[in-house]
Design a protein around this ligand. Sequence first.
Ligand code: SF4
Length: 761
Amino acid sequence: VDPNGVTWAKAPCRFCGTGCHVQVGTRSGKVVSIAGDAKAEVNRGLACVKGYHVGLILYGKDRLTQPLLKQGDRHVPISWERAIDVIAQRIMADPKSFAFYGSGQWTIPEGYAAQKFMKGGLSNNHIDPNARLCMASAVTGFVSTYGVDEPAGTFTDIDKADVVICWGNNPAEMHPVLFSRLIDRRARGEKITLIDIGTRRTRTTDHAQHYLEFKPHTDTAIVNGIAHLLIKNGTWDKEFVEKFCNFRAPSDPPTLNGKAITFEEYKKFVEPYTPEYVEELSDVPAADIRLLGELFGRRDLKITSLWCMGVNQHTQGTAMNQMLHGIHFLSGHFGKPGDSPTSLTGQPSACGTVREVGTLAHALPGGRVVADEQHRKDAEDIWNVKPGSIDPKPGYHTVLMWEKFSTPKEQGGDISTIWVQVTNPGQTLPNLNKLFHPSRKLKDKFLIVSDVYPTATTKDADLILPSALWVEKNGMTGNSERRTQQWFKMVEPPGQARDDVWQTLAVARRLFDLGHPGMKDRDGNFIFDMKDESGKSVPVWDFRRFYDVNVDEQLFNEYRKFTPYKHKNLAPYQEYVKARGLRWPVVEQSDGSWRETQFRFTEFDDPFVKKGAGIQFYHSVTKDDRAQIWFNPYMPPPESPDADYPLWLCTGRVIEHWHSGTMTMRVGPLRRSMPQAYVEVNRDDAQKLGIRDGEVVVVESRRGSVELPVWIDGRGKPPKGSVFVPFFDERIMINNVTLDAHDPFSKQPDYKKCAVRLRRK
Ligand code: SF4
């Protein structure tokens, strides 16, 4: 408590996957101040413009404060008792047609509770998170390359690298504090080269020594061009590759693990990708491809690659992820501080909750999958649910789930109820006219939404549940660098708002009371039985007594049992209370302390690597401790500009707003600095079309249209023939226009490119 009566406590920022810590100041039951946390290694006292304003997200005037049920055209207040009952009755009536749609903004205990409720309790795998839309291709890339998900390196690599390459991402706006670590090094006089490879200039480009602009979708050709040069010039790292790698290529029919090939075959595959051929495909000058080839060929430099949505939201997203790891292996730029291929996540717990807890439709906690009998048995034993409870068939991934929800039952639309938590699919799903809007016209479809504010999704929801936000509840998240973070509740949520763990457990408890067999464990007890300090069960209906126990800690302790299997070991809950996050694997030392890991698979830092191995990919898909170097051919995009729709559309984010703007558009300073969406148009295109700055135009595709004011050149300067629209503004639904084509393995849609035209109104 400071002299002004303000109590300060730590919490990770609510927004991006950088995972900065802030100090939260509270007084008289309100958050009154935010400061960067100097003790946090990630941000070292800094925050970005969103982070400094994070406290204000709690205080928008239109917070949802009571459950609301749709009756006719209106939403009318109902009690929690009734709301819980409505959900339970829908599930009891048709358990298999129920689906849960969650988020990379779920806390770890929230995602874990939802996962156990669905897969262990309801024997229903139709649970998928919005992270399917942002980093699923990174997961399939890691799994098929290393045999296990998530980066080997950490943010520490950015402090050590000589060269940082951004592949189709814009960290200056999307991971600003992380980016500032790089810029700070320059300010201190360190020499660091930044290469920006993208389809439009951004604020990241402003700081780059080299900007390589490629024709959308041709990044696979660029990577193959680098591999071609490494082999042709003899600068590939023969020793590293022979010791630690195998080669793979797509199989027929295609599978995630493809087929084994020899080095000679790989060499033959990349042979056609000469700098001149890559220039032909990508428009990147051959000289720039040679520059990349030369850099990767140098062993005296340390190279870190960073990527995010540009690579992941791609119909060849898995392939691009595999190949980025591959050029680091082929060139030996791996396994030393600063030499690392690192994918970034957009949401604060895309890693902690989605990837580690395993809330994807095919997954189970700790890197397990529903299709594996032993994995199912492990989960059933830890959950103490009846053997055979978990369905071996993966559930519907996001695109399929919403397609089934938007299709009449008699035409195969076998999802009739979806419960949405912590996300806004009515704005963020691609191709909304196919995947979202039709469901709102079908009588037997029932949409439940837990949220903190009215959104594009709550607008037409059948049942709205008011949720607690950020420091109105206990929480844990996991950022992009495997760092698990914890915070305590600091203020009360408004009105009757409840946290999402409580909501899930309340429905589970009602199902138990109604006699649903899946809600009973092997001993006949409720599967989420919570205990107070004396070991007595706590009824989840009783709000006051429920909050007397730390539900997060109890759920985390159970979840932690899953984590050693894939060497994602976590420390006890109390270690996270003390720390500003710890990067797994976290292993107990002989003196009783807990040590985190910066560089996985390396003998010098990873406790699970055998002595003398140097590098060991101990979850190798080929079971020989080696990683896979993939070849994937360049393939054309699912849709390209043509005579009718002559422009590329790219969608994305801006620094001021968080995703669909639900929180940040209610923060005055952020809303005022970026009040509405726009379409960035290249000056030459604007001239050709006779369009003026600020004029409202129609952006239309084969799927839908939207009206937007024009910003000539804009913040990002799109190249000729291409436009950019941010998706934060719920008044301008750009996803009426985007495409739902997706990667065949990750099922992640491509929001970064489709064909549109501009029309004057
Ligand atoms: Fe929050 Fe991300 Fe900004 Fe850090 S960089 S303060 S985590 S929004």
